[in-house]
Design a protein around this ligand. Structure first.
Ligand code: SF4
Ligand code: SF4
Length: 200
């Protein structure tokens, strides 16, 4: 199970995935979906369903379904990611995670995080090798994503697409002249297969 903790002024190291059986890609270990920002849509829509969940205040949050909640991500082969260069940024970031408060969080349950290996975070700052756009001003990117869907956040335009682990995921049933909604609609072909439907 992932448990992210805020990084303060620590220095942390990342050893290797070699001894791990892809825990972070395993639906049985709690990996199901990840929230995404607008910059991610084009990168993920061909390989993952992009769906929506409702946030606490009723706003829409776009997410990608990484697993069906029971099995490994379909792109795991021999405990490794078979789309490594093209994996979503959320996977590239892991065990780090960007946060709405613009702090960086880390999952210390990842077995590779510890006091050996490559420096992943030095005195609270991410090593260049692990850094990418999503860690830069995440709060503004998150808010921008939120406003992008706020205008079309209408229950009449949305329908439940799938329920996994008691979480309802929604899709748009109305076509909009909006490139992000179009990526979402195109991504739905990834839902129409046995991997997801058998678990719904
Ligand atoms: S990132 Fe961590 S949890 Fe994921 S495969 Fe590597 S060692 Fe395992
Ligand atoms: S895309 Fe790759 S890294 Fe991400 S969950 Fe799937 S197998 Fe794991």
């Amino acid at each position: 199970m992932k448990t992210f903790q805020k990084i303060e002024n620590e220095t942390l190291y990342f050893s290797s995935c070699k001894e791990c059986e892809a825990h972070c890609c395993n639906g049985e270990m709690g990996t199901l979906y990840a929230q995404i920002i607008l910059e991610d849509f084009e990168k993920v829509y061909k390989k993952f369903p992009i769906l929506f969940i409702y946030g606490e205040l009723g706003y829409l949050k776009p997410v990608i379904l990484l697993t069906n909640g029971k099995e490994f991500c379909r792109y795991v082969e021999n405990n490794l990611c078979s789309i490594y260069e093209k994996r979503p940024s959320i996977c590239k970031n892991y065990p780090l995670s960007a946060h709405l408060d613009n702090s960086i969080y880390i999952d210390k349950n990842c077995p590779a995080v510890g006091d050996k290996g490559t420096t992943i975070v030095e005195k609270g700052k991410i090593n260049k090798q692990f850094n990418n756009y999503s860690f830069s001003n995440y709060q503004a990117r998150y808010i921008n994503t939120h406003f992008c869907f706020e205008e079309i956040n209408n229950k009449n335009y949305l329908q439940k697409a799938i329920t996994l682990n008691n979480i309802n995921f929604y899709k748009f049933i109305k076509d909009f002249d909006d490139k992000y909604v179009n990526y979402h609609l195109k991504s739905l072909k990834n839902l129409d297969d046995y991997y997801f439907k058998a678990q719904a």
